[in-house]
Design a protein around this ligand. Structure first.
Ligand code: BTX
Length: 234
């Protein structure tokens, strides 16, 4: 089962996720919205995502058979594999970012509507400038490689890996989670989790089969569900 991609190229849009949501009901699975720049690119919980020209900003319409919080990992693993294709080692900062060299290089934002569709938004810093205020925390393929990378090549590799990991998600979610565990670089490290406005500090122990994070907070094991948390490295 290979996905048939249908790519819509835009020069400018508010957010590719918002655009994809507007067309999702009438679009087949595999519809991809790519924009050169976003004027209101977004992250989770109302945060904004800097999306100047030169980066890869896209959203994919998926119609998975069920809502599943592990779906975000399909995107994260596809980004990790895409970066490998360009010689960049990276890891997943649970639950939805990809970091290279201790800095954020990509983010994934999944949004669903019941069982109707799930939009997977992916932003990768490729050749775009990094805004001043993110210089300490963000990086790009350009910064790491010291040269520009053709955006269409990154897109091509990303769609290839998305199809592969989507199939694994559908058929062997256990293998998906094994790979997520292998690529989650925060395991063993101390992290700070903000949940419902409350702070929890602990050591990240494991990513469980359901996608949640197991945290050892002063000897008490806590299961952290993706969705309602922010996580910082300490
Ligand atoms: P997040 O909520 O985990 O991360 C958002 C945070 O990341 C921001 O608060 C800021 O600190 C930082 N940030 C903002 N822009 C960048 C950037 N370009 N590079 C690195 N760090 C940044 C992560 O959310 C999910 C982001 C998904 C973005 C894609 S782009 C295509 C699609 N359309 C859309 O509106 N969002 C998704």
């Amino acid at each position: 089962m290979d996905i048939k991609w249908k790519i819509i190229h835009l020069n400018e849009v508010d957010s590719t996720n918002e655009y994809a949501k507007r067309i999702a009901a009438d679009s087949p699975e595999g519809t991809v919205v790519v924009a050169k720049r976003q004027t209101a690119g977004k992250g989770r919980k109302g945060r904004s995502w800097a999306s100047p020209e030169g980066g890869l900003w896209l959203s994919v319409v998926f119609k998975p058979p069920r809502l599943d919080p592990r779906f975000v990992f399909v995107g994260a693993l596809a980004v990790v594999d895409t970066l490998v294709d360009f010689g960049i080692a990276s890891g997943i900062k649970w639950p939805n970012d990809v970091w290279a060299g201790e800095r954020k290089i990509a983010g994934i934002l999944t949004e669903g509507k019941g069982n109707e569709y799930t939009i997977m938004g992916i932003g990768i810093n490729v050749n775009n400038p990094i805004p001043e205020e993110l210089r300490e925390s963000a990086t790009s393929m350009f910064q790491l490689l010291g040269r520009e990378v053709p955006l269409e090549k990154v897109l091509e590799r990303l769609l290839f890996h998305l199809s592969g990991w989507y199939r694994v998600f559908l058929e062997r979610p256990d293998l998906l989670m094994a790979k997520v565990r292998e690529k989650t670089f925060i395991l063993g490290r101390t992290v700070r989790v903000i949940r419902d406005g409350r702070e929890l500090i602990g050591r990240a122990m494991d990513v469980l089969d359901d996608g949640s994070l197991l945290l050892d907070a002063a000897g008490q094991l806590k299961r952290i569900l993706y969705g309602d948390v922010s996580l910082r490295l300490v």
